[in-house]
Write a protein that binds this ligand. Structure first.
Ligand code: NAD
Ligand code: TYD
Length: 344
């Protein structure tokens, strides 16, 4: 199958592309704009793989999207590309609307016109808003997003629904909880805390640290998306969660302890505006209907993640220094026209 992965140079996308190339016979086209969050080094070992092609481009570029779909005879799309960080959406919501809403709409229109027969929308549990101390999100929990990021994802998620209802376009939607694991950009909680602790910097915990997230190992998430790609029912939504709730402060203490650093590095800072208290996913549907379940337990997943960041210090140091952006220019030329495998 010819699969277009959008946002394949980001955290989850690059883990997903790697999984497809390692474990399926699919041909993978990775369309990614390489914003600050996209890093081609994540997939450097596949640059010469004939089953893989990287295209630098914007999902809002209708002509480019149309050309890629036609040239590569794309049969299925897995849509990860997005602005993904809540704090950035508080600082500047506009790009979230442009990329996440308009970008998804353009992609949907072009995929429909091209006759793509499977479109997986990678949405988020943040579309449901916040839980109190009790309860879990199920697929028909009403959407009540609280941050501009979550609102833009909810809009994209609903556009996908509308393309199924109105045009019978075969969209399947996934809503997952917080991912962690290798290649996560060090602005997100877990890698930020690992990198900060290794550099003995203050570790900023928002508010009182009692907010709860449901952590999902990225490899488990990728397997779930792959199942939905192959076996998900068009028009359906599948929640994907780690069944693993943790308070932020407990998590940060755990990381500091694993790294042998002092808990005195933990610093309580001003809370994020509109900070959702708790996310928790009920993943019964994907477990019962598609036979998925998370395989990596949280302690093992955290150990793997800490190990990875210890072994890949250059990766995150280059990101933190901004040096990583020069890789694309070095490999593919500054004009952005060249793609992997020497094609242009
Ligand atoms: P990320 O920020 O690491 O990667 C996003 C990728 O999209 C980057 O490579 C970036 O260059 C690319 N991109 C951004 N704008 C683009 C555009 N206009 N055209 C083409 N490419 C563009 O994000 P991530 O954490 O890997 O998340 C991937 C998807 O999963 C997102 O849709 C996100 O909303 C969703 N999600 C993530 C999490 C999580 O915990 N990380 C949880 C739930 C849902
Ligand atoms: P984050 O990784 O930004 O994911 P999301 O906001 O999408 O859940 O944050 C996870 C949790 O950690 C969230 O409750 C906010 C909190 N947090 C901090 O306490 N300090 C930080 O520096 C960051 C980035 C997040």
């Amino acid at each position: 199958m010819n699969v277009l992965v959008t946002g394949g140079a980001g955290f989850i996308g690059s883990n997903f592309v790697r999984m497809l190339l390692e474990e399926s016979g699919d041909r993978v086209i990775n369309l990614d704009l390489l914003t600050y969050a996209g890093n081609l080094i994540n997939l450097a070992e596949y640059e010469d793989d004939p089953r893989y092609r990287f295209v630098r481009g914007d999902i809002r570029d209708r002509d480019l999207v149309r050309k890629v779909l036609a040239d590569e005879k794309i049969e299925a799309v897995v849509h990860f590309a997005a602005e993904s960080h809540v704090d950035r959406s508080v600082e500047g919501p506009e790009i979230f609307i442009l990329t996440n809403v308009l970008g998804t709409e353009i992609l949907l229109e072009e995929c429909r016109a091209a006759g793509v027969n499977r479109f997986v929308m990678v949405s988020t549990d943040e579309v449901y808003g916040s839980l109190g101390d009790e309860g879990h999100f199920v697929e028909n929990t009403p959407l009540a997003p609280n941050s501009p990021y979550a609102a833009s994802k909810a809009s994209a998620d609903l556009l996908c629904r509308s393309f199924f209802k109105t045009f019978d376009f075969p969209v399947v939607i996934t809503r997952c909880s917080n991912n962690y694991g290798p290649y996560q950009f060090p602005e997100k909680l877990i890698p930020l805390m690992i990198a900060g602790a290794l550099e003995d910097r203050p570790l900023p915990v928002y508010g009182d640290g009692r907010n709860v997230r449901d952590w999902l190992y990225v490899g488990d998430h990728c397997r779930a998306v792959d199942l939905v790609l192959r076996r998900g029912v068009p028009g359906e939504v599948y929640n994907i969660g780690g069944c693993n709730e943790m308070r932020n402060l407990d998590l940060v203490e755990m990381l500091v302890d694993k790294l042998g650093k002092s808990r005195d590095l933990i610093t309580f800072v001003k809370d994020r505006p509109g900070h959702d208290l708790r996310y928790a996913i009920d993943a019964t549907k994907i477990i019962e209907e598609l036979g998925w379940k998370p395989q990596v337990d949280f302690q093992a997943g955290l150990d793997l993640t800490v190990e990875w960041y210890l072994e890949h210090r250059t990766w995150w140091e280059e990101i933190r220094s901004g040096e990583y952006t020069s890789y694309y220019e070095k490999m593919y030329g500054a004009d952005g026209r060249h793609t992997a495998n020497g094609k242009s």
